[in-house]
Write a protein that binds this ligand. Sequence first.
Ligand code: NAP
Length: 497
Amino acid sequence: MDPLETSLPLRDQPICVAGEWRRGRGDRYASVYPADGSVSAELNAASADDAREAVERAQQAFVATDWARRRPHERARVLHRVADAIRARREDLAQWQRRDNGKPINETRALVDSAAGTFQFFGSACETLEDQLTPMRGDQLTMSVHEPMGVVAAITPWNSPIASEAQKMAPALAAGNAVVVKPAEITPLMALALARICEEAGVPRGMVSVLPGKGSVVGDVLVKHPLVRRVSFTGGTVTGRAIAHAAAEKMMPVSLELGGKSPTMVFDDCDIDHAVAGVLFGIFSSSGESCIAGSRLFVQKGLYARFMERLVAGARALRIGDPVSERTQMGPLVSHAHRESIERHVARALADGGRLLAGGERPTGAGRERGCYYTPTIFEGLANDSALCREEVFGPVLAALPFDDEDDLIAQANDSVYALAAGIWTRDYRRAWRVARAVAAGTVWINTYKQFSISTPFGGWRDSGIGREKGRLGILAYMEQKSLYWGMNAAPLPWCA
Ligand code: NAP
């Protein structure tokens, strides 16, 4: 039985407009559980007017409350309380996140842990951030300090809600800003829960808003509103590019965490057990709905046949099923519409001459009829310039390609508009170093894949994005830098003499 069944659905879920919890003025809609199509929550989306009001009231709160002026260690104390409150509600949050986008419960628990760690980390980053006394080059004492920006907007996708939202809310608040969050329309619950937790932990009223609703309505207002001083966006490259254009009009800094088509490179001297497990995890965990999914696989020719045999057997053995079960490795996709888009990619790959080694279909069996499930799918026989190797599928579909030598491999791996992540499997540490330095990617995993640490900056090159999130200095993305010159001259400035 679904652990939340007795309390479902959440009717009239309010939105949060600068601390006021109320019904949105936009269209009514339902948040649907992708595993069976049942309704998790019903709510009225935020309207464009709600968004404008949230920004204006957030600006008032930024000025009127003492949040920006509190000492860093005082803000840190509140953020640590947020982290503790997330941990205290771990199981509830993980179950709600599972309902929101259908991820298996083991994954959603890990996402909740990650969100708690993010608030803790940025509490500490805020408390320990140092400004600089820069070297004196004249009769002035010079300093570089950092100030909060005011109102910042956070726009997030549906694939890992609580972690994505924490990754933006925590540094934005740590820096002293007010934050207005626009979660993906179809996954509104986690951001709303985080807003409640922030409020209970002592973030002043008005400093957090959460506006579930359409990107073309709510997101558009946030990006263009003159009082929004920065947008931190995670989502697709097409949306990211449109946001970058709008940001250019108002000279607003943006960080854009976008799509990927990440290469995983397997050399013939790898530990094959580790590499097979890593490649399976890299593409099929989260049902492939992951920006860093290792969706292009390059295997050295001498190992190719043996490796693919193991990989295909591993893919066929993956446990697809109910996200409520701790044994489930792959849950449903986020929606029927998304599954149809994946099916179009698969049909195109077949038309392009791809040979299907595994999957390529909807799984059958009890409990799967109403969910948006899809089998782990592996293709070979496609060229690196085929559509499947060029376009982000955002699903459990892998294209495998054999390679000859390192130079040819690097050229193919880098021949992509995307450059988000890459994986290398080899026992030769010199080669690992060479390849890791040569590959175009914001993150490279060596003999591992899809592992994350909040302490390590993350972001993409090329069409995969601009800017970095995470890392101790990630807080600076939410601050403006200011230089101070203190006159120490014994006499008036000589120009007037
Ligand atoms: P998306 O369609 O770009 O949407 C992302 C967010 O932007 C949603 O909240 C969406 O609202 C909003 N949005 C849409 N149009 C907008 C506009 N004109 N102005 C402002 N906001 C707008 O992406 P998605 O399908 O939700 O997510 C999948 C994509 O995210 C993939 O490409 C994936 O690679 C990428 N992603 C990247 C990272 C990373 O860190 N690099 C991490 C996770 C996901 P709606 O809910 O109304 O659509």
